[in-house]
Write a protein that binds this ligand. Sequence first.
Ligand code: G4P
Length: 288
Amino acid sequence: MNQIQWFPGHMAKAKREAKEKLNLVDLVIELTDARIPESSRNPVITEIINQKPSILALNKADLADPNLTKHWIQHYQEQGQIALAIDAQHQLGLNELKKACKDLMVDFFAKQKAKGVKPRAIRLMILGIPNVGKSTLINRFVGKNQAQTGNKPGVTKAQRWLKIGKEFELLDTPGILWPKFEDPLTGYHLALTGAIKDQLVEMQELSLVLIGHLEQFYPGLLKEFYHLEDYHQEMAAAEILTSLTQTLKLDQDYTQAAERLIFDFRQHKLGSITLDRPIERVNIETNH
Ligand code: G4P
């Protein structure tokens, strides 16, 4: 799914489809990547959601820096947005997510009941940019690979509801939004987490952004992890890439060294790291 090239026509179609799905549901789960909570939010999301009750779920919390995840959640909650961290792959936080959905709908169903309307399941949809874990969450919610079945090309697309116990019905296909590319740092963060495809970015350049971030916020991590031989604190990012290339014995193949570093970051080998940082907050402790 993350191989889609987004053109204005695609964006308009995605927006239209997301809005259509939205009409069918009571509540939206907006999914983002906890390593890049802001970069993985689509700029038109609030316009698309348009006053619908929504819960912001920061997925892949297992890969993100737990202290920063806490800060981000607090930041969103201060803005009046219900937010929580989940790890869809390992099914962590999913009960809390369901509870948050129920809590959000309590008033609505109480009013319905008062009008004599019979109680029914809460209708949900999942919305987010590619690669944040939408299909994984759908599959974990309902068990097995049900999310795939509605996606066959050429099959007329009727919306299907997947049951999650008695209390929820989930649209079988998520709403897909496009990532935003307006500022370079957002683009780099999307690329580092694999949300936009590698062919669109230069790997050495990307690795320098990652090295700069790690050196600033997780100092000493690269030195220790790769046992960089000639490391010293004042090294520029490009010098660290050179040092890494030498340490890995890659014979001046800086691109391969860059790819290795980015791969290790994506594979969680470097530890739990968050790239987006709440700007206005100071004294954020990190786990390294
Ligand atoms: P999407 O529908 O939003 O596009 O995302 P999808 O569920 O396909 O998930 C994208 C990748 O993220 C998958 O890896 C999936 O296993 C992983 N993922 C989803 N949720 C979590 C999570 O909570 N924690 C971790 N660590 N990983 C998660 P993949 O199959 O390896 O695909 P890819 O790496 O080739 O994109």
